[in-house]
Design a protein around this ligand. Structure first.
Ligand code: GLA
Length: 339
C-alpha cells in the first residue's frame, strides 16, 4: 500500500499577488490530505472520498469531466498522463483534516497528495516540484474551473519545516524565511463562511486584474507603475493599489521577522487585511466579525487568509493574550511526502 500526505497552508502575507507576478510568504501546516493507493490490473481508477462516503470510477486512460471532488481526481490523473506518466489502474482512498473552503488550501493538499500517490503507483520518478505544482494548478484551472495561481501548490510541495518561504511569482524563486516566534503564537479562526473559487468573487478579481494589465500595457500587475495604476478607472485603481502595496508588505514582513520585531509583524497583518477589505474588496461580514473577535482577544494583528470571500482569519498573539477557544494554533511543518 502506498500512502502520501500533502499539507494545507497558511499564507502569512502576500494575498492575491501570486497571479499578479508578485510576492507571498506562506508555510505548510500539519493539517492536510492523506491518499492511500494500490495498483489495479483492470485499467480503471476506483476512488473513495472517505470523509463523505462517496465513490467514483473511471478509466485511467480517458477520464471524463465531472463536478465537485471528482474533478480533482480525474483532472490529476489526466494531467499526469498528459505529462507522460503512465498512470495505471488503481484503487485510491483519501481523507483529510483541512476544513473545506476554509482558506487553508484543502484543494492543493488533495491535488499534491494525489500526484505523489499516483506517481508512486506508476513507478515514476518524482518530477521537479515546481513543475508538479504547475501540473496541480492546471487541474484546478482546467478541470475544476477555479483560476487560482500557484501559491497553494508551491506551499504544499515546496515548504520548509519550521520556516516560511518567500515566493517571487515573477521568477518562481523561493527563499526560506525564519519565523522567530518565541512565546508569540499564530492562530487561525474559521469565519464560518465557506468560499468557492470556481463560482465566487475570485474569478471576478482575476478578470479585473487582466483588464488593468491590458489598460496599463503590462504583463502582470506587479510590473505596473504606481502613478499610472492610480489613474486607472475605479475599481481597477484600487485592485492595482492592493497588489503593489501588498508586495511591499511582504518584504516589510521579511524584514520584521528577520529582526524578530513581532509587533511590526502584527501591524503588517492589520495593514494587509485593511487593503484586502477596502481596495481588493475580498472580505465578507463573517470574516470581519472573526477579525474583530481576534482583535478584541488581544491579537497584535489579524487578516483573512487565502482567496477571501469567506474562509479563515490568521492572527498573531503576543505572550499572555488568550486566543478565542475556537482558534487553532498553526506552525510551519514539512512539505508533501510519501509516508
Ligand atoms: C487562493 C488561490 C491562490 C491565491 C490565493 C490568494 O488560495 O488558490 O492561488 O491566489 O487565493 O492569495
Amino acid at each position: 500500500m502506498i500512502t502520501a500526505f500533502a499539507p494545507g497552508r497558511v499564507n502569512l502575507i502576500g494575498e492575491h499577488t501570486d497571479y499578479n507576478g508578485g510576492l507571498a510568504l506562506p508555510f505548510a501546516i500539519d493539517l492536510g490530505v492523506t491518499v492511500e493507493a494500490e495498483p489495479l490490473s483492470d485499467g480503471w481508477i476506483h476512488v473513495e472520498a472517505r470523509d463523505i462516503g462517496e465513490t467514483d470510477a473511471f478509466p485511467a486512460a480517458a477520464p471524463e469531466r465531472a463536478d465537485g471532488w471528482r474533478a480533482f481526481v480525474r483532472g490529476t490523473v489526466a494531467e499526469l498522463r498528459a505529462s507522460g506518466v503512465a498512470v495505471p489502474g488503481a484503487r485510491l482512498a483519501f481523507s483529510g483534516d483541512v476544513p473545506l473552503g476554509s482558506g487553508l488550501s484543502s484543494s492543493a493538499a488533495l491535488e499534491a497528495a494525489l500526484c505523489l500517490a499516483l506517481l508512486a503507483v506508476a513507478g515514476a520518478d518524482e518530477p521537479d516540484r515546481t513543475e508538479l505544482a504547475k501540473l496541480c494548478s492546471r487541474v484546478e484551472n482546467d478541470w475544476v474551473g477555479a483560476e487560482t495561481g500557484l501559491l497553494d501548490q508551491l506551499a504544499s510541495l515546496r515548504s520548509r519545516d519550521g520556516e516560511a518561504i518567500r515566493i517571487d511569482f515573477a521568477t518562481l524563486a523561493i527563499d526560506p524565511v525564519p519565523l522567530p516566534l518565541g512565546e508569540w503564537r499564530l492562530v487561525t479562526l474559521e469565519s464560518g463562511a465557506e468560499h468557492s473559487h470556481a463560482d465566487g468573487g475570485y474569478n471576478e478579481r482575476r478578470a479585473e486584474c487582466r483588464a488593468a494589465c491590458a489598460a496599463l500595457g503590462v504583463e502582470h500587475l506587479s510590473a505596473a507603475d504606481p502613478d499610472a495604476a492610480a489613474e486607472l478607472p475605479a475599481p481597477l485603481d484600487r485592485r492595482a493599489r492592493h497588489v503593489l502595496t501588498e508586495n511591499a508588505r511582504v518584504d516589510a514582513m521579511v524584514a520584521a521577522l528577520t529582526a524578530a520585531d513581532l509587533p511590526a509583524a502584527g501591524a503588517l497583518l492589520d495593514a494587509s487585511h485593511a487593503s484586502l477589505r477596502d481596495d481588493y474588496e475580498a472580505s465578507v461580514p463573517a470574516v470581519e466579525d472573526a477579525v474583530a473577535e481576534l482583535k478584541r482577544a488581544g491579537a497584535a494583528g489579524a487578516r483573512m487568509v487565502g482567496g477571501g470571500f469567506g474562509g479563515s482569519v490568521l492572527a498573531l498573539f503576543p505572550p499572555g493574550a488568550a486566543a478565542p477557544a475556537a482558534a487553532r494554533a498553526v506552525a510551519p511543518g514539512p512539505p508533501a511526502r510519501r509516508l
